[in-house]
Design a protein around this ligand. Structure first.
Ligand SMILES: NC(=O)c1ccc[n+]([C@@H]2O[C@H](COP(=O)([O-])OP(=O)(O)OC[C@H]3O[C@@H](n4cnc5c(N)ncnc54)[C@H](OP(=O)(O)O)[C@@H]3O)[C@@H](O)[C@H]2O)c1
Length: 250
């Protein structure tokens, strides 16, 4: 992997270089830093056959892991957890030690936003040593909430819908301030649309997926487009890795 921007470029980036390139400051107490990570084809498709797997090569997987290793919590919408059959985050023992040394928990929990709580309590997600966090609304079916409380921390963040400002507040209260959201498009669009996103890490895969695929945002239209500032550009085997900041935020 090599760095193209900011110039002068650097070849043969190693893990330590990626850690430095994606390092995050600890946000002020009670606040969060929200980083989104997506992979998309050159035509913007964020899924092929309903999953993102076909889009990411070895470089994308390395950055995916790196961003998890730097995060306090991994936040996803229930659509992604279901489509991708989410499991617990995997952190190798040496990296767990490194996390502890910098004040992070050994492994980041997975947090899932779901209004319906249509999530199987027997799903792979709940095989984690670290309990997942489910962020839901008061309107979620009580029987599902009760079943899921056996295997996860269930937190109510809103009445009819899950309020994402409350979600971030609940995570910050638990000391989960460096939030990595892995989407999906519906959750991402709400976070970005509400001004809650600090940065976007985007892999552009060297392929066209063709028409009729989801992109990295879905749902209701925004009143206006949002500018982003490019922080860096890396490249590996034709895949591009962009890190964007939201101006005046991250
Ligand atoms: N390329 C990539 O990097 C990438 C990353 C992630 C996902 N994807 C792809 O994206 C697709 C999934 O898309 P998606 O848009 O359905 O995913 P999503 O954003 O993860 O999930 C949407 C679901 O999240 C819950 N949700 C989100 N916001 C909510 C709110 N404010 N209140 C209540 N519930 C809320 C709802 O779950 P309930 O239905 O349970 O209420 C909703 O149906 C999959 O094909 C996946 O492979 C691609």
């Amino acid at each position: 992997m090599r760095r193209l921007l900011p110039a002068p470029g650097q070849d043969d980036l190693i893990q330590e270089d990626l850690d430095a390139a994606y390092a995050l400051p600890v946000p002020p107490a009670g606040t969060t830093h929200v980083r989104a990570n997506f992979v998309a084809a050159a035509d913007g498709a964020a899924e092929v056959g309903g999953r993102s797997e076909a889009l990411g090569g070895p470089g994308d997987r390395q950055i995916f892991r790196t961003l998890r290793w730097l995060a306090d919590v991994v936040l996803v919408g229930a659509g992604t957890a279901r489509a991708e059959n989410y499991g617990p985050a995997v952190v190798p023992p040496a990296r767990q030690e490194a996390r502890i040394a910098t004040g992070l928990a050994p492994v980041p929990p997975i947090a899932v936003v779901s209004g319906s709580l249509a999530i199987d309590p027997g799903a792979r997600l709940f095989s984690a040593a670290v309990r997942p966090v489910l962020l839901t609304a008061a309107s979620a079916p009580a029987d599902r909430a009760a079943a899921l409380r056996e295997v996860a921390d269930v937190v109510v963040c809103g009445e009819e819908n899950v309020e994402l400002g409350q979600v971030l507040g609940a995570l910050a209260e638990r000391g989960l301030q460096r939030v990595l959201t892995e989407g999906g498009p519906t959750l991402h669009a709400q976070l970005a649309g509400a001004g809650l996103l600090d940065e976007l890490c985007l892999t552009v895969a060297p392929m066209l997926a063709g028409p009729r695929h989801l992109g990295i945002v879905a749902g209701d239209a925004w009143p206006m487009a949002q500018p982003m500032e490019l922080a860096h550009l890396l490249e590996d085997d034709g895949s591009l890795f962009l890190r964007y900041h939201v101006p005046n935020k991250g």
